[in-house]
Write a protein that binds this ligand. Structure first.
Ligand SMILES: Nc1nc2c(c(=O)[nH]1)N[C@H]1C(S)=C(S)[C@@H](COP(=O)(O)OP(=O)(O)OC[C@H]3O[C@@H](n4cnc5c(N)ncnc54)[C@H](O)[C@@H]3O)O[C@H]1N2
Ligand code: MOO
Ligand SMILES: [Mg+2]
Length: 422
């Protein structure tokens, strides 16, 4: 066994992220029907092919008129208009509104030529005379009243959405409005997930002494989906470096990226730690000055990235969020691929000292307009702890060599995307 496994050069988190960033490929583009585009990431910018609204639109059910006709209208002096047309939504009028005439118009319909205002139905009086329909007004109407002008929301040629935008309700609305029936999105990067550990049982298997169920693969699966990737589950393998090599070979061939969990420390069976040191691998780092996840490892193999995350659930979770998630987001042109940084007030003091930066799973609370962060569990926040992952919506950053942080002090927190934990 190589001694290089024991003597690892630790790099700072930012340095580790920078090393990965040099090798992030740009995702491939595919077109999906708009109805299937929710949650996908736009692969190219969308520009408005036309103004919106596209025509002068009535904001009320009422009558289109010329506002100048109402200059002399008062409660004592009614002004009468002859109704010359009726315009439901979806129709356009062939009549031009001239002084003294009006067209009945519905909300959302195109305002006829000649008209410069729409007056609400409720403001008018109506009469029929010799087969003709007349309406009267008792007050002045402002120019442009109840007319939404062309291009109020969007001008032709304006950029509407940029590449890298995740498609949600608002984006669906924009894409539909501008006729983008087939949406250019990034293919979901295919992420192979496999766990290493002879102790690992399948989820459906009964417990056995000394063994545990493989929870990390399922946690990673969720994390990959949330980051816009397509998880491909390769199960768990025993701690055997030849098996791991064969599995990696298959996984790297058929996917865009491989994420493994377990076996990256210096133990006798830490096979992934060994594997990344082999000649064919381009190791990027195998130690990071962080806790949990100090043994987080990244390598390149056959032009693809391999992330060998720790087997400890807490370390695996943090390693994914700091390194794998940003990679998946950057592949999809996300302008802000890293976890968002906030400043918060620490609600409960944290007194563990460490020579590495600590990323403590925590919860945020908004109280009286201030953001507070609370460690997810008072005492058990070790790397090996699984249960607090579900209770976290942030990672509290505890700088190295600080003698604890008192309650009330300001801390940096990294926000975990909603829907990832909790
Ligand atoms: N002598 C040293 N020992 C350890 C060091 C060290 O520097 N020197 N580092 C410690 C740190 S820090 C961590 S973190 C762990 C890292 O361990 P590995 O990444 O090698 O992971 P394993 O040894 O395979 O397992 C650790 C732990 O996690 C459990 N596990 C593994 N896979 C899964 C899974 N898929 N689902 C749930 N739980 C899993 C495994 O059973 C172990 O309990 O090493 C320290 N030791
Ligand atoms: O540094 Mo280990 O990777 O969690 O605690
Ligand atoms: Mg180990």
């Amino acid at each position: 066994m190589s001694t290089a496994k024991f003597h690892r050069a630790a790099v700072q988190v930012h340095e580790a992220q920078a090393r990965i960033a040099k090798h992030i490929p740009r995702g491939r583009t595919e077109y999906v029907p708009l109805a299937d585009a929710h949650g996908r990431t736009l692969a190219s910018a969308i520009t408005a092919p036309h103004a919106y609204p596209f025509f002068r639109r009535s904001g009320m059910d009422g009558f289109a008129i010329q506002s100048a006709d109402t200059l002399l209208a008062t409660s004592e002096h009614q002004v009468w208009f002859r109704v010359i047309d009726e315009i439901p939504c979806g129709y356009t009028s062939e009549h031009i509104i001239t002084p003294g005439t009006a067209a009945r118009i519905m909300t959302g319909a195109q305002v006829p030529e000649g008209a410069d205002a729409v007056v609400m139905m409720e403001m008018t009086e109506s009469k029929q005379e010799q087969g003709e329909h007349w309406i009267a007004l008792k007050r002045q109407i402002q120019v442009e009243a109840n007319i939404t002008p062309i291009g109020l929301e969007v001008q032709e040629g304006q950029q509407l959405l940029e590449a890298g935008t995740v498609i949600g309700a608002g984006e669906q609305s924009v894409l539909a409005t501008f006729g983008v029936a087939d949406v250019p999105v990034f293919e979901r990067p295919k992420v192979a997930i496999f766990a290493t550990g002879t102790e690992l049982l399948e989820v459906h298997e009964p417990l056995q002494p000394g063994r545990i169920r493989n929870s990390n693969s399922y946690m990673l699966r969720s994390l990959v989906v949330e980051a816009g990737g397509e998880p491909i589950m390769y199960g768990a393998i025993a701690d055997d470096v030849n098996t791991a090599r064969a599995k990696l070979e298959e996984a790297i061939r058929d996917n865009d990226m491989v994420v493994t969990t377990g076996g990256v420390s210096v133990g006798d069976y830490d096979i992934m730690g060994e594997l990344v040191l082999e000649e064919q691998m381009q190791m990027l780092f195998n130690k990071v000055t962080m806790r949990p996840g100090s043994v987080t490892t990244a390598a390149r193999y056959k032009d693809k990235l391999l992330f060998a995350l720790s087997g400890n659930p807490g370390a695996c979770f943090v390693g994914f969020n700091l390194f794998v998630r940003p990679t998946l987001r950057a592949m999809q042109a996300d302008a802000h691929p890293y976890l968002e940084e906030w400043t918060a007030t620490l609600q409960v003091g944290y007194d563990k000292v460490n020579n590495f930066t600590r990323f403590v799973r925590g919860r945020t609370i908004i109280r009286d307009g201030k953001v507070y962060a609370v460690p997810a569990a008072a005492r058990i926040d070790e790397s090996s702890v699984m249960i607090t992952i579900k209770d976290s919506d942030c990672l509290i950053v505890v700088p190295p060599e600080q003698k604890g942080i008192a309650a009330g002090e300001q801390v940096t927190i990294l926000r975990l995307p909603a829907g990832q934990a909790r």
